[in-house]
Design a protein around this ligand. Structure first.
Ligand SMILES: [Zn+2]
Ligand SMILES: [Zn+2]
Length: 239
């Protein structure tokens, strides 16, 4: 009863509208998409090769043949296409509109993808969110990847490790750099490890919001591997 009153008050004071079509949504649904708009987002299944981006069948862990040093990531998980305007709108509002509560809707998309992709084999993985530099964190007020990781950790019963990987260097925004090599240089030594012990021989799901050139995830994965991480799946909402 009390919950119902609380939801009613919330709906009146802070009404939520679908970011796709503007329809009113009940706050108890904890989403920013109505069912129709939600269905317009087609979710991938299966992992991808982090080098050639070839899709690997769902539930499969067979890697492509590339030279061993080509990537510190073993696999890539991409939930949806960034080409979808609704996806872009959600991510943009989340990151630049300071709308932390959109993490619920975005993690819902990640969970749908994860359930289609890796039904087994989860227990041996722990989640690590790509960290933000302190200054960037203070500007936004939250780490967008960490908020998603917290929800995923609860919903998928995966341990979350958020104090190993740190971002030392304040790098220029990746979106502002067009050239891949420049992006890589920009991120050189951007990440380091605080304590290595907990990473040794661990399988890790490394979470970021968007996979653009892959340079950020690559740099973070290299730091984790240097700390003894075994297999790393880079997971992002969109590419
Ligand atoms: Zn809608
Ligand atoms: Zn490949």
């Amino acid at each position: 009863m009390f919950q119902k009153i609380e939801n009613f008050v919330l709906d009146c004071v802070f009404p939520t509208y679908c970011l796709g079509c503007g329809r009113f949504l009940k706050s108890e649904a904890k989403t920013h998409l109505c069912p129709d708009c939600r269905n317009k987002i087609s979710v991938n299944s299966g992992l991808f090769c982090p080098i050639c981006f070839k899709r690997i069948a769902a539930g499969n862990f067979n890697k492509c043949r590339h030279s061993a040093k080509a990537s510190s990531l073993d696999f890539l998980g991409i939930a949806v296409s960034y080409e979808n305007p609704l996806v872009r709108e959600l991510i943009h509002k989340y990151k630049y509109g300071f709308a932390k509560e959109i993490s619920q809707t975005l993690s819902e998309i990640l969970i749908r993808y994860w359930e289609k992709t890796c039904p087994d084999d989860l227990k041996r993985y722990c989640l690590v969110a790509v960290p933000l530099h302190r200054q960037r964190f203070n500007w936004r007020g939250f780490n967008q990847s960490e908020e998603l990781a917290k929800i995923l950790s609860q919903r998928l019963s995966l341990p979350l490790n958020n104090n190993c990987l740190i971002r030392r260097k304040k790098t220029a925004s990746q979106a502002e750099i067009k050239d891949f090599q420049e992006r890589k240089n920009n991120l050189q030594n951007a990440f380091s490890l605080k304590n290595q012990g907990p990473l040794e021989n661990k399988n890790i799901i490394l979470l970021d919001d968007v996979f653009t050139s892959g340079a950020t995830m690559e740099a973070a994965a290299a730091a984790l591997k240097s700390g003894g991480a075994k297999r790393i799946i880079g997971l992002a909402i969109a590419k």
